[in-house]
Design a protein around this ligand. Structure first.
Ligand SMILES: Cc1cc2nc3c(=O)[nH]c(=O)nc-3n(C[C@H](O)[C@H](O)[C@H](O)COP(=O)(O)O)c2cc1C
Length: 365
């Protein structure tokens, strides 16, 4: 019997399983549509997409399925102060550029602020849910999303962030534990600066504390890779799970094969949180760039992201995992290579089995 929760009821899902938004190409239309067809819900990580690309991705999903899907953006951050001298950062990556056959790196500049246009495209894209990470969007954006009847989800890495998201009017919270792959969602509240070091509470500790502190439905995110993890999340009071790494090794995921192989062969202790690729803390598999780039050689987000983008693009084409941002969570040792449909079906069976096994144990069976 599939588990039903407030999340499945609200979105019309068969399973309380969310495929996490994965900006950067992992969450292809094929992946999102396959997760939806299998009874979960997939999200488009649209942070790096233009408004036209958001519309295209949504249409491509609609061409494959009429099931619901979600859209995700990074909440706007204050523009970083560009360093007076970026030469240390440029000098650090220059040899990587050379090894990949690229001309030397130029000083990265901030692009035009596309957020308002991205929001407009996301509102019109037909998504049933709209989620944010990195903070809280403006009251106007929140009102526009709610006026469309979309489920509005905010990402919290601490109890305080979850409370702030509830006060701002979110409909649900994605509780992102410290074991999660990808960028940390941590953000500043009021005058308190974002404390990335402190905000690495594990999923097991974070989820029940957020469940106790807010009245909203909570999604457990970080380290959930199989049905045991889903059953545990439900036991902690979550109404569903948001899984990234587990979906990255699916056939439909749009990351290079070298990246999938790295996930399938790395072990639980081989990820770290790094700023080396984007300038913002994110968890990935330790590789050469993470080992070699020193803190003082990193530009603030998103300038570092712009600086390393040509390197990452060339590395993806050449299958060079040592230069890729291999975002992945600590659960990666449980990753499996399969289709998204097989993964969702297996997760549902495993969840059911885990719950039955527990009730058997509890009743002395
Ligand atoms: C490759 C990758 C890209 C991600 N991109 C985003 C994103 O664009 N937006 C977002 O809200 N979360 C993003 N995340 C974080 C996920 O939402 C989620 O918190 C995380 O994947 C959960 O941990 P897990 O990877 O152990 O399942 C990303 C995660 C990964 C692995």
């Amino acid at each position: 019997m599939p588990v039903q929760t407030i999340l499945t009821q609200r979105l019309g899902l068969t399973h309380p399983i969310v495929q996490a938004p994965m900006a950067g190409g992992g969450d292809t239309a094929d992946l999102v549509a396959a997760v939806g067809e299998a009874g979960g819900i997939g999200f488009i990580g649209a942070a790096y997409l233009t408004p036209a690309q958001i519309a295209e991705r949504a249409q491509a999903i609609r061409a494959r399925t009429d099931k619901p899907f979600g859209i995700n953006l990074f909440a706007p951050l204050p523009a970083p102060v560009p360093p007076a001298d970026a030469s240390a950062a440029l000098d650090r990556v220059a040899p990587y550029y050379a090894e990949l056959g690229l001309p030397g790196p130029g000083t990265p500049a901030l692009g035009a602020d596309a957020f308002a246009d991205q929001v407009a495209a996301a509102l019109d894209c037909g998504a049933a849910a709209f989620s944010f990470t990195f903070g809280i969007p403006s009251p106007e954006v929140i009102a526009a999303i709610k006026a469309r009847g979309m489920l509005l989800v905010g990402t919290a890495t601490t109890v305080e962030e979850a409370v702030a998201l509830e006060r701002a009017g979110m409909d649900a919270i994605a509780a992102q534990g410290g074991e999660a792959g990808g960028h940390r969602g941590t953000f500043a509240i009021g005058d308190a600066p974002a404390d990335f070091g402190a905000a690495q509470v594990g999923t097991m500790a974070l989820v029940p504390q957020i469940v106790d502190a807010v009245r909203l439905p909570v999604l457990a995110s970080g380290g959930v890779m199989d049905g045991r993890g889903i059953a545990a999340a439900l036991a902690l009071g979550a109404c569903g799970v948001q899984m990234g790494t587990a979906f990255l090794t699916c056939d439909e995921a749009g990351v290079p094969d070298a990246y999938k192989q790295a996930i399938l062969t790395a072990r639980a202790h081989e990820t770290r949180i790094t700023r080396a690729f984007s300038g913002r803390p994110a968890r990935g598999i330790v590789n050469r760039v993470m080992r070699e780039v020193a803190e003082e050689e990193i530009l603030p987000f998103p300038l570092q992201n712009a600086l390393t983008r040509p390197m990452r693009t060339a590395a993806a084409q050449q299958g060079r995992a040592e230069f890729l941002s291999l975002w992945a969570g600590q659960g990666l040792g449980m990753a499996r290579r399969q289709t998204a449909a097989d993964l969702v079906a297996r997760l549902a069976e495993e969840t059911d089995a885990a719950i039955r096994a527990l009730s058997g144990r509890l009743s002395g069976g």
